[in-house]
Design a protein around this ligand. Sequence first.
Ligand code: ADP
Ligand code: ADP
Length: 225
Amino acid sequence: EVMLALEGVSKTYNKGREAEVRVLQDVDLQVRKGEMVALVAPSGAGKSTLLHIAGLLDTPDAGTVSIGGVDFTGLSDRRRTIARRREVGFVYQFHHLLPEFTAEENIVLPQLANGMPKAEARLRAEELLARVGIGERAGHRPSAMSGGEQQRVAFCRALANEPRLLLADEPTGNLDPATSERVFEALVGLVRDTGLSALIATHNLELAARMDRVVKLDQGQVVAG
Ligand code: ADP
Ligand code: ADP
C-alpha cells in the first residue's frame, strides 16, 4: 500500500527569468505504508522544495502528489490546507515551538485546533512526551530545555493529530553528533510505534542507513541511494 506518491513532479523557480533554477525534474517517488525513507542530498539540491511539495505546502509545475491514494494536485489551496492538517506532520531543523507555552501546551494546541477535547489532548501529549523519554519535561518552556529535548517536543507536536505521513527536513541537523544520534533514535521509535510512513531528509549517512530505504536527489531527480 502506497502512502505517498510523487509522479512526474517538476519545479522551477523564477521560470523564464535570468535567475531561473530548475530544482526538480520529473521526480518519481513512493513511500509505502509504515516505510521510513531517507532522502539524502547536498545543500541546495532541492530537499526542502521536494518536502514542501510532498506535504502540500507548495505546488509542482507539473506532475501529481497523492497521499493515501488521493491525488491532491488539482485541489484549491483551502482544501489542500485541510488535507495537510489531517494527513501530514512536519519536523524542521529548528523546532519552531511557541516560546511562551510549555512542552505539553505546544502539543495540546494543535489538537484543540483540530477539535480534540482538552482532557484527551493533554493525555495524548503526556503519552507522546513519555514515549520520547521526556515525560518529566511536560511543564517546561522550550527555553528551559536542551536542544535535543526541544526537538523531541517538536516530534511529538508533529504527531499530535495522528498524521499518516511524517516529513522531516534535517530533523537533527542542529544538534551535536551524540545528541543527534539519541534524538534520532527517539524519532525512529516514535515512527515505528505508530506505523507512520516517513520521508526524512538528512546529511547523515549513518542515520540514513538505519531507515528502510535511502534515496538521493541528484540533478533534480530522485534515484536509489
Ligand atoms: P535544499 O533544501 O536541498 O537545500 P531547496 O529546496 O531549499 O534545497 O532549494 C533548492 C534550490 O532552489 C536552491 O538553489 C535554492 O536557492 C532555490 N530556491 C528555493 N526556494 C526558492 C524560492 N522560493 N525562490 C527561488 N529559488 C528558490
Ligand atoms: P532550508 O534550511 O530548509 O534548506 P532555506 O534556508 O534554504 O531552508 O530556505 C528557507 C526558505 O527560503 C524556504 O521557504 C525556501 O523556499 C526559501 N528560499 C530558499 N532559497 C531561496 C532563494 N534563492 N530565493 C527565494 N527564496 C528562497
